[in-house]
Unconditional design. Sequence first.
Length: 319
Amino acid sequence: MDVNVINELQNGLSAAYINGSVAANLAYKPAFVSNNPEEGKKVISSVEDELLRCEEFQISVAFITMGGVTPLLQTLKELEKKGVKFFTGTFVMGVKKKGKKALVELKTGDKNFEETADLVVVAAGRRANTEGLNIKAAGVNTERGFITVDDRCCTNVPHIYAIGDVNGKSMLAHAASEQGKVVAENIAKGKNLACDFDLVPGCIYTHPEVASVGLTEQKAKDAGINVKVGRFNAAGNGKLLSMGAAEGFVKLVTDADTGEILGGQICCEHATDMISEVAVAIKLESTVHELASVIHPHPTVSEMVMEAADDALGLCIHQ
C-alpha cells in the first residue's frame, strides 16, 4: 500500500494520499467574525482557542446562538435556576462597547431592549474552511461552501474524498474520525463501506449534560411512524440521588408496532457517557424488549436506559 500523509498542508488542512486517491479534512471556520470597530474587543467567535485566549475572568458572558432549543429545555431550566437569562425568538440588532462593558441591542417582536455583558460570544454556527484551495479547478462540487459527498465521503471526482467538517454532514470530531476510517479502508483495501450520517450522537457538556442520537419523537411522527415513548426521570435513580444531581431524564423513541428503538435523548449527569448504548441499540435494530431484558448494574446512572425501556413496555416499577 502506497501511503503518503501530509499534515497541516494549508490553513488547517490535513490530507492523505493513498494509492493515487486523496482524502482531505479541513478544520472549520466560525460562521461569524466581527469586524465592527464599535464593538472593540468585546465580541469574539465560539472557536475554542479564541475563547480560551481571554486573559481576564469574565463575570458575565452573552452568547448569541441560532437554532432550536427544544432538546435543551431541561438544561435551560436548570441554568435559569442559577440566574442565567434566555431570550428566544429574539434578534440581535447590534453590539456596542460601553465603557468596559458590551451593550447588546435586542428585539423580540415589537419590543426593543438592551442587555450588558463583559464579553459577547457569537456561536452562530460554522462554515467550511475551503477558501484558497481552488476546488473548482479540480472539478469538485460544493453546496453553500461545503464539499458535496456521497455516503462513502466521495466527491463527484472519483479519486477525491472529503471527510469531517468540510463536507458539513456532521461537524463533530467523532463523526470525522469514523468518516476517515471508512475512506481509508475503501481506498486502501478496496472495500465499499458507507457512513451512517443519521447515527451520530450529539453531546452537550453542560450541567446537567445533554445527549441525543437517532430520531426525536417529532421526527418519528413526521415520518409516519406509530410512536411509543419510554421515559425515566432522574429523580428515581439511586446513584444520581446520592450525587445530589437528580435532575433530568432518559427518553427512548420506539416503533409502537415492532418495539424497535429509533432514537434516544438523555439529560442528566453522565448523559454523554450513556448515549452510546442507545446508538448501539439503534445500529443493531434492537427492540425495547431486548434492551429491557439486559441486566444493568445497580446503582448506576446507566440503568436509567433500561428503566426507560421498561417504561415503553408499561413495566417500569421504579418511576
